[in-house]
Design a protein around this ligand. Structure first.
Ligand SMILES: [Fe+2]
Length: 319
């Protein structure tokens, strides 16, 4: 497979590839190079008309049954903008469901590339780790379905925030499903997803606490602990892959050789937000919620990757 950092003279996208034409292009009157207010352009004016006339992105359906209305959770939230919590639960549910699909893509890609290489065994730890994370995402989706039902909401309904994250995630799915993207590039896309996922769970915990749903907040904190482990793993794998890109599978395996790859810098606020994390029993890696990411893992991954690519990272001499 072609490395993402391969050089090719066929790439003529930059201005340096055509000095004469680029010089002529830049030789425009100074008056035309003066910055203009974006709002003054016709395109911005047209967009403005659509913005003014646009409907809302969606809405939140009321509970579909009388039984749903009578649910203790929703009654307790009545008059307290319950729809905000329902909308954000629906958002996380949409994100976790989409996250499962994202992991499907990278798992398939890594399996196919491992089968085609001589280093299949080296890739096994990371592929197993990716499968575990995927199972966690499924268990989080199930947790959110139950939370929504407990509050009398409909977990199958599309709410505004669910719609929004679905649209945001389209770019990530495109990046991961593109057959040309490397595992390293896919890990970068997943890093984006996990960063947003961690922030989303933190907000959901705050909201649940705000609305007096302490039991839910506790369950959500358990999910957040697992998401923090996901982020640390993806970050460590991505760092190792970038630094050792000339031997991706080997460098990742090297970074994982001293453990399960859950290491990495401590990220997010996690359960330290005053909420005791409840274990997420359904997840295949409930133990990961108890593990504290090791701060030294990223450095170790970088060292391992450096050893794999001595030509690109020559030893510095002391001066
Ligand atoms: Fe995750």
């Amino acid at each position: 497979m072609t490395l993402s950092t391969s050089m090719s003279p066929a790439n003529r996208t930059g201005i340096q590839s055509s000095p004469i034409d680029s010089k002529a292009q830049l030789a425009v009157p100074a008056s035309l190079r003066e910055p203009r207010l974006v709002a003054a352009t016709d395109a911005a004016a047209l967009r403005g008309e659509y913005i003014v006339d646009a409907d809302a992105l969606g809405s939140i359906p009321p509970p579909g049954t009388v039984k749903g209305m009578a649910k203790a959770g929703l009654q307790a939230l009545k008059g307290n903008r319950a729809q905000v919590l329902l909308d954000k639960i629906a958002e996380r549910l949409a994100f976790e469901r989409a996250g499962t699909r994202l992991y499907d893509q990278i798992i398939t890609k890594c399996e196919v590339l491992a089968d085609a290489s001589d280093d299949a065994a080296d890739a096994t730890p990371m592929i197993e780790g990716l499968r575990q994370i995927r199972l966690d995402e499924i268990s989080h989706a199930q947790l959110l379905v139950e939370a929504m039902e407990r509050l009398g909401g409909d977990p199958t309904a599309q709410t505004p925030s669910a719609d929004l994250v679905g649209t945001e995630g389209m770019g990530l799915l495109q990046a991961l499903s593109d057959p040309r993207t490397t595992p390293t590039q896919c890990l970068h896309a997943l890093l984006t997803a996990e960063l947003a996922d961690n922030a989303g769970w933190e907000l959901l915990i705050d909201l649940a606490q705000h609305y007096g749903q302490d039991d839910l907040a506790q369950q959500f904190a358990g999910a957040l602990a697992q998401e923090e482990a996901h982020l640390a793993r993806i970050k460590a794998w991505h760092t190792a892959s970038v630094l050792g890109e000339t031997s991706l599978l080997a460098s990742v395996a090297d970074a994982l050789s001293d453990g399960d790859g859950a290491g990495g810098a401590r990220v997010g606020n996690g359960p330290a937000r005053g909420v005791k994390a409840a274990p997420v029993e359904r997840g295949a890696t409930a133990k990961s919620a108890e593990r504290q990411p090791r701060a030294s893992a990223v450095k170790k991954a970088a060292r391992s990757a450096s050893r794999a690519t001595p030509a690109r990272h020559p030893k510095r001499k002391d001066h």
